[in-house]
Design a protein around this ligand. Structure first.
Ligand code: PRX
Length: 654
């Protein structure tokens, strides 16, 4: 992690108490901590009832009789899309803008809640006409355009389950996710805009569905890039044509609170991504509650912008469900931060008067590198709350963010959470918390976090340990799609015998004397590249699937800009090794990984080596490779089967 070593963090002395002005208008207050501390379940029941509309009220808040399978608000009935749309229109807010959409080439659209509701109703009718019903899976592979939001809400509205696949993933990744979820329908676009060009999407869907029997019956195609696409008659349909002829009326049906809402694939410690399952009532409760309290949302006056893509959990919870459940006005931007100029994000903030801004440390660090002159050229005075997510934010980036983007006054909330947790779990609350740069601070009201040692006992400051969530929470994952055993083993078995059923997050953390939590990065083989999760095993299996590769080991090496970077060590098959130069082999393998997984997984560096460091039982010692990749003195090699290997590898890299 960039400069987030425990030593540098422990010396971080800067403190930022809330201003009186901010506190006097803040949504959050000490009272919600007190309420949750007195009656945790009562607090969540209250949030569920005050923030959402229930078609049928629930009588039991939590059923934890069969851990780790939780049920929240189980006998309640709810429609997620109705909560995000119709009720705002019925409350007289139909004319409020839901989405200010900004296309990368400069086109834009502002869509009100009334308009968005009609679009979703039409899309829901299209889905029904294509035979999609409650529980069916729909894959969504779209750029950041309003149709992505419409598609997700239309699926939710009819009780079906979406699985959104980030547009940067390859055809191969798309195929494995469509297969795993047995999706009946794919919603895609011809292409989208990125870095000044149209990137094709429909072709990847065609590739994913080609030459094999698939559960997919239809492909709905949004027209955006206007690039040429192949067409499979009978299977493919244009979104705009279908929507134009669909009925604009659709009554939202109430579904059980535990009706599945979506599956989102994320990387774990094995080569196969996990389909994280989230359900309806509990998920919507916690995303709405955290969105309101953590960002101090005043829906009638704020303009909110979260820069995440809807293909990630941050996009699900804090672009789609949280903001829309709260009736917020938000910005949605299609493209990259530096197209067509490096001030594009700041220009958008100025144009729409964005007041709440939520992004990732990797973006902040890249802006720091370009220099303050760029943001200083725009009027950013509308900003009043700033958020950070995805990886630890180093104190220097935190302070820069507050000073240069937030005018030296905007509170910065560092929010820790995961695909699995569904919503924010640890964060300060603006107007209440005295902020500390570099620390994610405290569990939000109603959440119980502990830091445990290997033996399952609580670790006292200043020691580090493993982060666990000790009590179930409303937006918790309900399972791994199709794999209850992996769900149990991955998250719940770690401390079971030692201290009961607790959720093991996979992160290391440390608590300071004030009780503030400092995240120290993953303790497993999951990497964090620019806030995106990738597994070492997934990239290793992509590398060994290439005909020239005999063996591969991948590590995440500390990187100034991206937090971590993918570094691979590869042994070539001896017959193949001579057929190309090392540079050619490296170039070939880098693009192979991009084709297999997606450009985000492309290794920054590949070293061709003759040996890999292994223990006597044959386990690759990635820790030692990480030492090499980070240019550190190599650690303890005594458990290696052959202790000379590290010397050979280091010599080779000189
Ligand atoms: O290691 C933690 C890191 O990101 C992981 C979760 O990744 P993902 O499921 O892709 O979700 C990212 C967006 C919620 C965590 O296990 N992480 C996320 N936020 C933070 C963080 N690490 C430190 N500080 C954060 N604020």
């Amino acid at each position: 992690m960039p400069s987030n070593s425990i030593d540098s963090l422990l010396h971080e002395e800067r403190r930022f108490p809330p201003s009186e002005n901010f506190t006097s208008q803040a949504i959050a207050s000490q009272a919600i901590y007190d309420e949750a501390a007195t009656d945790r379940l009562g607090f969540w029941a209250n949030q569920a009832r005050t923030l959402l509309h229930w078609h049928k009220d629930f009588s039991e808040t939590l059923d934890w009789s069969n851990p780790p399978f939780a049920k929240w608000f189980a006998d309640g009935k709810i429609n997620v899309a109705y909560n995000c749309l119709d009720r705002h229109v019925q409350a007289g807010n139909g004319d409020r803008v839901a989405i200010h959409w900004e296309g990368e080439p400069g086109d834009s659209r502002s869509i009100t809640y009334a308009e968005l509701t009609v679009e979703v109703k039409r899309a829901a009718n299209v889905l029904l006409s294509l035979g999609i019903g409650q529980g069916d899976r729909v894959a969504i592979y779209l750029p950041m355009i309003p149709e992505a939001v419409v598609a997700m809400l239309a699926v939710a509205r009819i009780g079906a389950v979406h699985t959104v696949i980030f547009g940067g993933f390859s055809s191969e990744s798309l195929r494995s996710r469509i297969d795993d979820a047995s999706a009946k329908l794919v919603i895609t676009a011809d292409g989208g805009w990125r870095k000044g060009k149209v990137f094709p999407l429909k072709g990847a869907v065609d590739g994913a569905l080609a030459g094999k029997k698939s559960t997919v019956g239809n492909v709905l195609v949004v027209r955006r890039g206007e690039n040429v696409v192949d067409w499979v008659d009978g299977r493919d349909r244009w979104w705009h044509e279908e929507l134009a002829s669909a009925d604009a009326e659709h009554e939202a049906e109430a579904f059980e609170a535990e009706n599945p809402l979506f599956i989102l694939y994320t990387s774990g410690t094995t080569g196969k991504p996990k389909g994280i399952l989230h359900t309806s009532g509990g998920y919507l409760t916690q995303v709405a509650s955290t969105h309101k309290n953590v960002f101090d949302l005043h829906p009638e006056s704020d303009v909110y912008w979260c820069t995440a893509d809807v293909g990630w959990i941050t996009g699900h919870s804090y672009v789609v469900y949280g903001p829309l459940a709260n009736g917020a006005t938000q910005v949605l931007y299609e493209g990259t931060p530096d197209t067509p100029h490096p001030g594009r994000w700041w220009e958008i903030i100025q144009k729409y008067g964005v007041s709440i801004f939520y992004t990732a440390p990797t973006a902040i660090r890249s802006f720091m590198k370009i220099g303050r002159e760029v943001p200083n050229g725009f009027d950013l005075t509308s900003l009043r709350v700033l958020g950070s997510v995805g990886e630890p934010i180093n104190p220097e980036a935190w302070v820069w963010y507050r000073d240069i983007i937030g005018g030296g006054t905007a509170p910065v909330v560092d929010t820790w959470w995961q695909t699995e947790t569904g919503a924010i779990m640890i964060s300060g609350l603006p107007g209440v918390t005295t902020l500390k740069p570099g620390s994610a601070q405290v569990p939000i009201p109603g959440i119980k976090i502990d830091i445990l040692g290997e033996d399952g006992t609580r670790v006292d400051p200043p020691n580090g340990g493993l982060l666990v969530v000790s009590e179930p929470w409303p937006s918790m994952l309900r399972g791994i799609w199709g794999d209850p055993e992996r769900f149990q083993e991955t998250y719940w078995d770690r401390f079971k015998a030692l201290s009961g059923t607790k959720y093991f997050a996979g992160d290391g953390a440390h608590v300071d004397a004030d009780g503030d939590i400092w995240l120290l990065g993953r303790v497993d083989d999951v990497m964090n590249i620019s806030g995106h999760r990738l597994s070492t095993a997934e990239i290793e299996s992509a590398l060994v699937s290439h005909r020239i590769v005999a063996e591969a080991a991948v590590v995440g090496a500390a990187d100034e800009a991206t937090g971590q970077a993918v570094v691979a060590f590869v042994i070539l098959k001896s017959k193949q090794a001579k057929k190309q130069t090392t540079d050619e082999a490296v170039a070939m393998l880098r693009s192979h990984v991009a084709e297999q997984i997606g450009a985000i997984a492309r290794p920054k560096q590949i070293f061709i080596v003759n040996e890999l460091p292994k223990t006597r039982s044959g386990k690759i010692m990635r820790r030692l490779l990480q030492d090499v990749a980070e240019g550190r003195e190599i650690g303890d090699t005594t458990t290696l089967a052959d202790t000379s290997v590290m010397q050979i590898i280091t010599d080779k890299m000189k």
